[in-house]
Ligand binder design. Structure first.
Ligand SMILES: Nc1ncnc2c1ncn2[C@@H]1O[C@H](COP(=O)(O)OP(=O)(O)OP(=O)(O)O)[C@@H](O)[C@H]1O
Length: 590
């Protein structure tokens, strides 16, 4: 059987990882400069220590009291010893400063990336949020941001290593120019030999990133299907699918890791080979100055170890760049389609008009065509139609969650896209078929993060929604914790709680999308009572399959195949709409 899980979606790579990294680090220039200065100074002190130590060693071997010569100057051994010890102490201090700066930089970038990504998601339009593959945001916020953090940390190491290398080469130039040029040449040669390997790491890592997102998406969907899996006994198929995806993602990860692990090993061997060749050349040309050879050898070996750190870092960064590209691409995708933020505040939400409104999810998938109607204050409008006719799409348009593809929606004459979003959200409420509660108390679930709602208002809304008695019967009333996603309540109670959530904001317009379809008769009758009590006090749009839920409606709209085929009073529709008559007959209503 084929598993139809969505693939990772957006294709990364419109901006190269390095360009993204530059933008990401630009605001931290000051910290990076300090880090560079501390690293450079620490490395220079280390190089000075090595040169002094070699000189002291050579002086002791030769039984001399002076160290040198360096550029014709000699240093007494005791001064040289004090200078070596001093450089060692200072080096430790500066290295610790560099470590602290690097940790600060990494922490700041990690926080910024998490905030950037989550804020971009929260600010994007509903259509983008709704189309986001399951589990993707979570994977990006956790695993991907963690790799970006590692990339920055490795980059800080690379900065330290490259400046240390510079310091050592400078020290090398001070000791012997020719040998230093030879070291530099050998290092760049080894680095360029390994560059195809770095490109390959980057390619594999991009695959790895994609496999990680696919895996997260599949796991998230599989998690949501737990009930069905238990019911239909399809555990084995699920295990098989999870195993398959695990293998897929670990295979790409292993390949990347092999290349990343192999690169430093190859580098070390090549670099040691270069040192050996250098010593061979010195031997062949008959160079025998022990003091210079000793110092240059130590500097070369230490330079090579920094070169190796640099090589490790570049291999790791090559592996992390695709993760940066992905996050950047996704943030851009969210930012390109922000939620509407108008500024106009009309006098009221209703009268509300739809003028020739059409909506297409994709160019070849029109869900609604040429819908025109007007809602009057206090009116209750029912919407019926076959499954897939476009009713929920209409609800999302009325809520302002999706802009019409063509045509206009107006509240009190103002186009919806021009209306201040906060003003609108304070006045328009929605109840969906499946009540979404979160882990928290009853009161928190009704308030839903809105400020300034009093205890009185909570009780009033609960009474209106016919849920007050149920709440008072709970062990701690409004302060009772509901367990994960309201799991302690029945479906009917959850639905009435979400109606209380909608009503507590005192909306002018309430839209309900099949609020009773999943409920028993008793729960439905409680909700019908609520709707009957509300009739005339606010404007209500009720989408329903159950005809009994619509008995309070002043008018009913019939939508069939994306078109509004009728809109009239129930009695007029009995004469004019075949769909309405059939629906009544099916519901057993004469
Ligand atoms: N997110 C989406 N992306 C693409 N097409 C969609 C999307 N949501 C709905 N559609 C399509 O739009 C059409 C109308 O769907 P809609 O959910 O509005 O119907 P509905 O009348 O509410 O159906 P039901 O009564 O079964 O809930 C359907 O053909 C559906 O497949």
């Amino acid at each position: 059987m084929k598993w139809p899980f969505r693939k990772a979606g957006a294709k990364p790579g419109t901006r190269s990882g390095w360009a993204v990294m530059r933008t990401l680090l630009m605001p931290h220039k000051g910290r990076i400069t300090l880090l560079s200065l501390a690293s450079l100074a620490a490395a220079m002190l280390e190089a000075m220590f090595i040169v002094l130590l070699t000189g002291i060693g050579m002086a002791l071997v030769g039984g001399k009291g002076l160290v040198g010569p360096a550029y014709g100057q000699y240093l007494p051994i005791n001064i040289a010893l004090i200078a070596a010890a001093g450089s060692l102490v200072l080096r430790v201090v500066l290295s610790l400063v560099a470590v602290q700066l690097s940790a600060d930089l990494t922490a700041v970038v990690s926080t910024e990336q998490r905030q950037r990504l989550s804020h971009a998601f929260l600010r994007t339009s509903w259509s983008v949020q709704q189309a986001d593959p399951a589990g993707r945001l979570q994977e990006l916020l956790t695993s991907f941001v963690s790799r970006i953090t590692q990339a920055v940390s490795v980059l800080a190491t690379a900065i330290t290593a490259s400046l240390s290398l510079v310091a050592f080469l400078l020290a090398g130039v001070a000791v012997d120019l020719v040998s230093t040029v030879a070291v530099l040449f050998a290092l760049s040669l080894v680095g360029s030999v390994l560059s195809p390997m770095r490109r390959s790491i980057r390619r594999r890592s991009a695959k790895n990133a994609r496999a990680g997102l696919d895996f997260a998406n599949a796991v998230s969907e599989l998690g949501a299907l737990g009930l069905e899996m238990q019911t239909y006994g399809t555990r084995r198929a699920f295990e098989g699918r999870i195993d398959e995806l695990t293998v897929e993602s670990t295979v790409t990860q292993r390949r990347t890791q092999v290349l990343q692990g192999a690169q430093p090993q190859i580098y070390t061997s090549l670099a040691y080979g270069a040192v050996l060749a250098g010593v061979g050349v010195l031997f062949l040309v008959g160079f025998r100055n022990l003091s210079i050879i000793g110092a240059v050898m130590l500097l070369m070996l230490r330079s090579l170890s920094y070169g190796q750190q640099l090589s490790n870092a570049s291999a790791s960064i090559a592996g992390f760049l695709p993760f940066l590209e992905w996050v950047e691409e996704v943030v851009k995708g969210y930012a390109d389609r922000p939620a509407p933020i108008g500024t106009v505040r009309p006098a009221s939400v209703v009268p509300f008009e739809a003028d020739d409104v059409s909506y297409a999810y994709t160019p070849d998938r029109t869900a609604l065509s040429d819908v025109t109607f007007r809602l009057e204050p206090g009116e209750a409008l029912g919407v019926i139609g076959p499954s897939g006719a476009g009713k929920s799409t209409l609800a999302q348009l009325l809520l302002g969650l999706r802009p019409p593809s063509t045509g206009t929606l107006r509240a009190d004459g103002v186009p919806l896209e021009d209306i201040d979003r906060d003003w609108w959200s304070d006045r328009v409420a929605f109840v969906a078929q499946d009540a979404r509660l979160f882990t928290g108390t009853v009161a928190e679930n009704i308030r839903f993060f809105r400020e300034g709602i009093t205890e009185e208002e909570l009780r009033f809304a609960a009474r209106q929604a016919n849920i007050l008695a149920d709440i008072e019967a709970l062990p701690h009333g409004f302060d009772t914790h509901l367990g994960e996603r309201g799991s302690q309540l029945s479906g009917g109670q959850r639905q009435r709680l979400s109606i209380a959530r909608a009503l507590v904001g005192k909306p002018e317009l309430l839209i309900l999308d099949e609020p009773t379809s999943a409920l028993d008769g008793v729960s439905e009758s409680l909700i019908r009572r609520t709707l009957a009590d509300l009739h005339g006090r606010l404007t209500v749009v009720i989408i329903a399959h159950r005809m009994s839920t619509l008995d309070i409606c002043d008018r009913i709209m019939v939508i069939e195949a994306g078109r509004m085929t009728a809109l009239d009073t129930p009695s007029a529709l009995r004469a004019d709409s075949e769909f309405y008559r059939n629906a009544l007959a099916v519901a057993g209503i004469a």
